[in-house]
Design a protein around this ligand. Sequence first.
Ligand code: FAD
Ligand code: NAD
Length: 471
Amino acid sequence: ATPAEERDLVIVGGGVAGYVAAIKAGQEGLKVTCIEKRGSLGGTCLNVGCIPSKSLLNNSHLYHQILHDSKHRGIEVGDVKLNLGQMMKAKETSVNGLTKGIEFLFKKNNVEYIKGTAAFADEHTLAVNLVEGGETSVRGKNIFIATGSESTPFPGLTIDEKKVITSTGAIALDKVPKKMIVIGGGIIGLEMGSVWSRLGAEVTVVEFLGQIGGPGMDVEIAKNTQKILAKQGMKFKLNTKVASGDDSGEIVKLHVEAAKGGKEETLEADVVLVAIGRRAYTSGLGLENIGLETDNRGRLVIDSEYRTKIPHIRVIGDCTFGPMLAHKAEEEAVAAVEFLTKGYGHVNYNAIPSVMYTHPEVAWVGQNEAELKEAGVKYKVGTFPFSANSRAKTNADTEGMVKFLADAETDRILGIHIIGPNAGEMIAEGVLALEYGASTEDVGRTSHAHPTLAEAFKEAAMATYGKAIHY
Ligand code: FAD
Ligand code: NAD
């Protein structure tokens, strides 16, 4: 299309929110353009987030398992050596394959892809600085903003992605640090901390709150997780805040103190990972040119149909409200396009799962105990440990549990929390149950194949309305 030609939809950002909306719009027959400044599609998730981190988590787990958990299985290996360069190459291969795959899907679905940085010139026009040089402009009847998020910086520390790093540096270190301090015991801190701990770094996690796992993780599960990760070698300092940092020398020094004041000490590390959360990103988008404002956390404000106060401009993904998760962005993308083409769309925000890809994995959906207590909901609890599950025993991978929370009166499932092998795959069953308004008895009376880890899921459900058989 020429600059003067008006598209049905122009999308700023080719991350999960943006690229999924573009494909969906193409499928619906809209004339759609997606503008991405990074030079490759897939956004944070594919380029520097979900995908590269999971590649490193998988391969560092294999390495660690071969080193420490193979002899008793009857597997004796010779010299086990880490080839970090090759591990990084394997990561890049998975990233490149997937980002190229989206370009292919764009072509297949007639999505116009412009590599460049977009800024609003007016309410229907975006001025684009092209990656390859030069400028163009694009007009859209409708516009989606899907510009994502960025790491929240830590005041007083300068990110150089070598010594003081964000997750972007943590997926690309060229050697294993001796000592790594992670500021923030949320998902990024625990996933990337796990990777480097498995590869040989001495990792200490400093967390401001009294529990690890970030927002949403059930307290009992978080405690369990901490115990298991500590057994693997990670150290934790909870209820501790970093008061100041000094990154002027080769070794980074962090001055930490008890969150409520009191005990102080100085910690030293050769690499510090700042993982205190992410914040919405809209810099350089020219919002001021169209009078759009952000809230106190930098997020674009929208209504229930993803519309800003300029109704033909919608916002989806990390740069607006809700959990910063790829699959949440994806659901919003489809719903927002459906609002355009059909006039209705829907996302059930109570049934968005969370998964932490450590070993064992942690996964949950719905509400946790603290949230139910605060809401004054009467609930019952059913749990089942993997140590009583035959497949987990066979695999000699028995740490963790499944926990159901259900309405005390109606038995309707309110939340499901899992720590255990393959929890991230298992939670899909929980999401489906929640979506269909299932009771724990619905799950407990559903046949699950034997011997599978999923039987622990069924038995935890049984334990909520009655008794588990094997525990
Ligand atoms: P983004 O993916 O950030 O995409 C926004 C895109 O917009 C970017 O590519 C950016 O370059 C582009 N852009 C911004 N401004 C402009 C402009 N003016 N013009 C043109 N282009 C622009 N989530 C999960 O669900 N599972 C995981 O396992 C997971 N792991 C993660 C691991 C890490 C280390 C990190 C950092 C995040 C992880 N996430 C995970 C979160 C996930 O990456 C985000 O929720 C997801 O990427 C959000 O998608 P988005 O499209 O809203 O934003
Ligand atoms: P987070 O919100 O999960 O955790 C940040 C943690 O840092 C919290 O526990 C918080 O209490 C702590 N913290 C904040 N300020 C601190 C301070 N000054 N000192 C010590 N601790 C402090 O954020 P994150 O781990 O940075 O992840 C960012 C986003 O990326 C999240 O929204 C997450 O959902 C997403 N993400 C998801 C996945 C996944 O789904 N597997 C993986 C990585 C990232």
